[in-house]
Design a protein around this ligand. Structure first.
Ligand code: PLP
Ligand code: COI
Length: 356
């Protein structure tokens, strides 16, 4: 279906609240733009898509998502190019992943053309909220949850799909110290680790808080059965450079989120001539490589996190300090490249930007 066949009913705010936001002092995810996209699935079909003033929702206390967790989300970022164009990085991949999450959670898919056109029109109306200041972007959060007012357990018959946006600065403002988690589990094979569903994040909070007490910013999860294979961090995928090879855990198990930033990093690194290995990665090989001075780089990749250098890895009671950040060839180069790519400063050679 062509996108111009999507009719969206638009109600605009009477007065923008943009002057209440200090764009020179932006935390992550605390301020929201003037409008939001909203659409309900009722009576077996998606109802009229709407863009309305950003505001609270009114929910029945038995709303099933609150009780049983049928709730999924996505994360994207919009930037402003030098010519004032709005740029969004690979939103088609987010639309697809959203529906893969929906399938795993027994929820209704959102037609991709509505997801993308709704996003485009929402950003167009709130384009002033996309700052062209360095380091800032408009974080985009599409999400869907079950809205049956019913306490029995079954897939909901009603859903609400929304897109909200939030002007943001950096998620991690400095390199992160991470701990390899070998007791708690984020995802098990056959479970929902590959879905971007709310419960995965809720389940990670307690072990992450324990690690934070020990001075770590994030966990690196390991496989549920043996805790010997590296999986991912709570907000980003993990990439290592060992012996000049770019190594990252394969997505072939259903426990790791198929990260769009990671996929892009691998595609760019391959284009630059790096050797890439997507395979099982053992904790043991990473620790040996650190000890033997063969680990050259380690970083996280994610939409919110962008490229986050890992400064130290804690494992089994020992903290391993990693090479100095300025020696990290791939992560430094790719961080700049992706940042420039997303802000339209480079040629869109991979055809990744939605522009308008
Ligand atoms: N892994 C998890 C658990 C995440 O929440 C995210 C963030 O979305 C990622 C990885 C990175 O994925 P992406 O690059 O698509 O944002
Ligand atoms: C994102 O990077 O978009 C995410 O969804 C991670 C989130 C936990 C902030």
């Amino acid at each position: 279906m062509a996108t111009d066949t999507v009719n969206i009913k638009i109600t605009k705010v009477e007065k923008s609240k943009i002057d209440q936001v200090d764009f020179d002092n932006l935390p992550f995810g605390k301020f929201f733009s003037d409008h939001m996209f909203e659409m309900d699935y009722v009576d077996g079909k998606w109802q009229e898509p709407t863009i309305v003033p950003f505001g609270n929702l009114s929910l029945h206390p038995a709303t099933s998502a609150i009780h049983y967790g049928q709730s999924i989300f996505e994360g994207m970022k919009a930037q402003k190019g030098a010519d004032g164009q709005v740029l969004v990085f690979r939103p088609d991949m987010n639309a697809k992943r959203f529906n893969e999450s929906a399938k795993r959670m027994s929820m209704q898919p959102v037609p991709e053309e509505i997801f993308l056109e709704g996003l485009k029109q929402l950003l167009d109306i709130d384009r002033e909220w996309i700052s062209d200041k360095e380091g800032l972007s408009l974080y985009i959060r599409p999400f869907m949850f079950a809205t049956d007012d019913y306490v029995g357990i079954r897939p909901s018959e009603k859903y609400k799909f929304l897109i909200i946006t939030s002007p943001v600065g950096a998620y991690y403002s400095e390199p992160v110290r991470v701990k390899i988690e070998t007791k708690y589990t984020r995802a098990a094979e056959g479970g929902v680790g590959q879905a971007k569903t709310a419960g995965n994040y809720a389940a990670s909070l307690y072990p992450a808080a324990l690690a934070q007490k020990e001075g770590y910013r994030q966990l690196i999860w390991t496989d549920a059965k043996t805790h010997t294979y590296i999986e991912e961090a709570g907000t980003m995928n993990i990439i290592f450079v060992i012996d000049n090879k770019v190594i990252t855990p394969a997505e072939s198990t259903d426990t790791i989120l198929k990260g769009i930033t990671k996929r892009s990093v691998l595609e760019i690194a391959q284009d630059w001539g790096y050797e890439i290995e997507e395979r099982k990665v053992t904790v043991e090989e990473v620790i040996s490589a650190i000890k033997e001075g063969r680990l050259q780089d380690a970083f996280g990749a994610g939409t919110a996190a962008t490229i986050a250098h890992i400064s130290a890895i804690g494992y089994d009671g020992v903290d391993y300090e990693l090479p100095a950040i300025e020696t990290r060839e791939l992560s430094n180069k790719i961080k700049d490249y992706i940042t420039e790519y997303k802000t339209g400063k480079l040629e869109d050679k991979f055809n990744w930007l939605m522009k308008f």
